[in-house]
Ligand binder design. Structure first.
Ligand code: FUL
Length: 623
């Protein structure tokens, strides 16, 4: 992180008459104590990425590969007690993964070397809870190595996800011991596998108030990465790449890479972010008002991580829920097109292959993007130009071109400066409004209705000093039918079901409509009389569809009864593992069948330990 002394630079700029814009601040800048709002904005405009951050941003499409014991148990979060013997892919072929990704245009593959369950996909010296203890290749296998080799062969960059939270390691929670253990694991991954381009540390930790508390030595962890892999970017619990704030694949329309959000791994982050009233999910992380109140800024660009399926790990029952082409395309426009990098998860299946349904969808996705962006209809759209607030640039458009997508890019090696822009089209003798937007950054895409302009003009409505536009484009994206991935939440009709003892609005939880929500102001169980005996082998829980997830159940117990008086607790994991970040319906299968006329869903804890419950829908599984 290069930091240049500001007072000195100001003096230099005024003495030499140099344009102040020739001074850049790489990755981080602290404002001088007495800087005015105007000076701060000027400094903000000259904050730039490191070469690694720039290279990362230019990749646009990167892929996540969630693979591990969860693939074999069907869970999203393992609890660390899994028998390593269950890890036994029958036809693992990392070359198939990488070929699939490469052909689909992905520039990097990032593997869950260790997820929260602690099982390591490489033969680590730190624990036997790894591939060494699994029958796969008689304990001689190394998934990380196979993926690394495949990436090398196909010229795809390689990254690792190493979960800081570890539910298997005995030393987890004994802070110094676990820090050492974690750094050893990291050292192995960053020493023995050639070049690593991204290191991803998840912030997730579902320990709850009575769980183990680990205080991470982020400073030592980061220093290890910088020492061993200086070209790698550090993501999420890192300071190069920022989590966008959701797992739905949707970025912000106004996305500042130059942000006042202090990365969570810095001890000062809590206090500073609180003072500014910002947090990772906040809408505005770098607007004028925030910059004026900030004391320092970070080049901390957004990464949109989302799975191609409802879950992060492969589950056969989600084969029909692979996101539609329309959905994936929308994600592309709302991630890459919103100044972010897309990290799309494609989880290998039990064989150790990317499943046919995902391969097929990726093919469609890349064919669609290739076709859409093959031809830029703006004449000389790739010519760079610069302008301040109010600057207008006119372009010719190729004759008779039908377009519906506008692209604009800033040369971010000189900072992110555009605050808002307008696009108008000249058609039949007059200028009409076509599109507008706020921030641009590395890339901004805006969709509009089909039109056939003769010319277009782009106005920089507002910029921080001199904005540097590197490219402008017009394209045609063919409309796609919305084949939404409707999920069936229950295997049996719900018409006969009655709520037992609850208020009338508890019906909202079983009315077959996810949009209607039942809310209870305590951790109240939901008891249902199904009217007759049913062979139950699982249930589904769908959280509310609303933005505010207050009341979403994290831990639960599920009971069945034949008479509504004596209850049997069903065998289940007892947690909707990742629901706070990925609020999709959860399907819990007991692995056995219980005869039942009544069922009871008992909330044990809420995602934020509040004493409230919301249920979008509950269903019963019998198949
Ligand atoms: C989350 C984790 O808890 C999920 O399991 C997944 O790995 C996702 C990418 O990050 O926080």
């Amino acid at each position: 992180m290069k930091q240049l002394a500001l007072p000195f630079l100001f003096a230099l700029a005024s003495l030499t008459g140099l344009h102040a814009q020739e001074t850049y601040y790489e990755k981080h800048v602290a404002f001088p104590a007495n800087a005015t709002a105007g000076e701060k904005l000027d400094i903000a405009s000259r904050l730039v990425p490191t070469p690694q951050q720039l290279e990362w941003q230019q990749m646009e499409l990167t892929a996540f590969l969630h693979f591990g014991v969860n693939t074999f148990t069907g869970r999203e979060w393992g609890d660390g007690t899994e028998d390593p013997a269950i890890f036994n892919p029958t036809a693992l072929d990392c070359e198939q993964w990488v070929r699939t990704l490469k052909e689909a245009g992905f520039k990097m593959a990032l593997i869950t070397a260790k997820h929260h369950d602690g099982f390591c996909l490489w033969p680590t010296k730190t624990t036997r809870h790894s591939v060494v203890s699994s029958p796969w290749k008689n304990g001689k296998g190394d998934v990380v190595r196979e993926l690394r080799d495949a990436c090398k062969k196909y010229g795809v960059k390689f990254g690792v996800y190493l979960s800081p939270w570890d539910r298997n390691a005995d030393c987890y929670g004994d802070s110094p011991a676990y820090n050492q253990f974690f750094i050893e694991q990291l050292t192995e991954l960053l020493t023995n596998y050639g070049e690593v381009h991204e290191v991803w540390f998840d912030g997730a930790n579902g320990e709850g108030p009575n769980g183990k508390k680990q205080i991470y030595d982020w400073d030592a962890i980061l220093k290890t990465i910088r020492r061993l892999q200086p070209k790698a970017v550090t993501a999420i619990m890192g300071d190069d790449v920022r989590w966008v704030g959701n797992e739905k694949g949707i970025g912000r329309e106004t996305e500042w890479s130059a942000t006042a959000l202090t990365p969570g791994i810095y001890p000062r982050s809590g206090e500073q972010n609180k003072k500014l009233g910002i947090y990772g999910k906040a809408k505005d992380l770098g607007g004028r008002d925030i910059v004026a109140r900030a004391t320092e800024l970070f080049w901390y660009p957004s990464e949109v991580d989302v799975s191609i399926r409802p879950g992060w790990f492969y589950h056969a029952d989600q084969d029909k829920q692979v996101k539609s082409l329309n959905h994936l395309t929308d994600i592309y426009f709302k991630s890459v097109g919103y100044n972010s990098v897309l990290l799309l998860n494609i989880p290998p299946d039990l064989r150790g292959l990317i499943n046919e349904s995902d391969v097929q969808r990726l093919k469609e996705f890349s064919a669609y993007l290739k076709k859409t962006f093959a031809r830029n209809y703006v004449v000389k759209g790739n010519e760079a130009w610069h302008g301040t607030s109010g600057t207008v640039r006119q372009y010719d458009v190729q004759k008779d071109a039908l377009v519906n997508t506008f692209m604009i890019q800033e040369d971010i090696s000189k900072g992110q400066r555009i605050e808002s822009f307008l696009v108008e089209a000249y058609k039949d003798g007059s200028w009409i409004h076509v599109a507008e937007g706020t921030t641009v950054g590395y890339k901004r895409l805006v969709r509009f209705s089909d039109t056939c302009p003769e010319r277009i003009r782009v106005t920089i409505r507002s910029a921080r000093g001199m904005a540097n536009v590197s490219a402008v484009g017009l394209f045609y994206a063919e409309p796609l039918a919305d084949k939404s991935e409707e999920v069936q939440l229950t295997d049996i009709p719900v018409d006969e079901w009655q709520v037992v003892g609850g208020s009338e609005d508890s019906r909202q939880a079983i009315d077959g409509d996810r949009k209607t929500v039942w809310r209870a102001s305590a951790l109240t169980p939901l008891v249902i009389d199904m009217g007759h005996e049913v062979k139950v082998n699982g249930f589904s829980y769908a959280p509310s569809l609303e933005e505010d997830l207050t009341g979403t159940i994290y831990k639960y117990a599920f009971y069945v009864s034949l008479d509504g008086r004596s209850w049997t607790k069903c065998e289940a994991s007892g947690e909707f593992s990742n629901i706070m970040h990925n609020p999709v319906p959860y399907f819990v299968r007991f692995g056995k069948t219980y005869p039942a006329r009544y069922f009871k869903l008992e909330p044990v804890s809420e995602i934020n330990n509040k004493n409230v419950v919301t249920i979008g829908e509950v269903g019963i599984l019998t198949k």
